[in-house]
Ligand binder design. Structure first.
Ligand code: LER
Ligand code: MN
Length: 281
């Protein structure tokens, strides 16, 4: 298993001319790679990141999210579905440029929109269709999509890994699987290790994220049992820390981040990697 760090702790606009020092720190702290938001990145920056990461000896994964106001795979509005596919294709190309093989994120639906009821068959069907088209494009470029069920306060289409498994089985492509995130599992699953074991064959990416989104290992969402499951199911992909604080204004209100969750913003990375490695040893 490889250990990665998501740059969203510091920025939602990774910039090769500004964030070299951060990548160097991440390497120094003991990570194997980084996760970069690739949806708003232009191709030139993605190519530049690809070269920098190679030089530093860091691997990578891509992450994307869709804003329901402009792009939504599940919408009955054809234009919003088309825009979602457009953004996903762009993110898939950038994933390839940064040298990664996995693009992840809560891609089932656009975020920030709630209909007032649970998922309806029509929107589920549209989402399956849109993600299948994105998955077919990703397959041509050798990229896997890791779809992330997230908690009810951020999304309604897929909250549990069981929902996610049903979805990817309907998509029916070997390069479209699931991202299991400990933070969301802590909210939505009755028993996280059991849910991960049941969905094992679909899990292609993992987010290690504490119950308060702070330092992994400081709370209760990342217990030893998580690492036992990953070991038992023969998981061989990334364990990527996803932590948040007050540094990224665009995420504060979307993720309800009303305070800092660590003494120093870097603690989630510096201490988190040690916590994960102690369980992998
Ligand atoms: C993204 O990986 C995630 O976990 C979400 O909560 C952010 O929208
Ligand atoms: Mn996540």
């Amino acid at each position: 298993m490889k250990v990665g760090m998501n740059l969203l702790l510091w920025t939602d606009k990774p910039d090769p001319s500004k964030h070299l020092h951060l990548l160097q720190d991440i390497k120094k702290w003991g990570f194997d790679g980084v996760e970069l938001a690739v949806d708003n990145m232009d191709a030139a920056d993605a190519k530049a990141f690809g070269l920098i990461l190679k030089e530093l000896g860091l691997g990578s994964t891509g992450i994307a999210a869709l804003d329901a106001a402009v792009a939504d795979p599940s919408s009955s509005d054809e234009a919003l579905r088309g825009q979602a596919l457009e953004i996903l294709r762009h993110a898939i190309r950038n994933t390839q440029w940064i040298g990664a093989e996995v693009l992840c994120g809560p891609l089932f639906q656009g975020l920030g929109r709630f209909s007032g009821q649970g998922p309806q068959p029509e929107e589920w069907g549209y989402a399956v269709e849109t993600l299948r088209a994105a998955g077919e494009y990703a397959a041509e470029l050798g990229i896997k999509l890791a779809l992330e069920p997230i908690n009810r306060f951020e999304m309604y289409l897929a909250n549990t890994l069981e929902d996610g498994a049903r979805f990817v089985e309907e998509v029916g492509l070997s390069n479209v699987g699931l991202l299991a995130d400990t933070h969301h599992g802590n909210i939505e699953e009755l028993n996280v290790p059991k849910a991960w074991r049941r969905a094992a064959k679909h899990i292609v990416h993992v987010h290690i994220s504490e119950n308060n989104r702070g330092v992994p290992g400081s709370g209760h969402a990342v217990p030893k049992e998580i690492f036992d499951v990953l070991h038992d199911i023969g998981y061989d992909g990334w364990l990527t820390i996803e932590a948040f604080g007050q540094l990224v204004p665009g995420l504060i209100s979307r993720l309800h981040l009303w305070r800092d969750y660590a003494e120093h913003p870097d603690d989630a990375a510096r201490l988190g990697v040690q916590y994960i490695r102690s369980h992998l040893a």
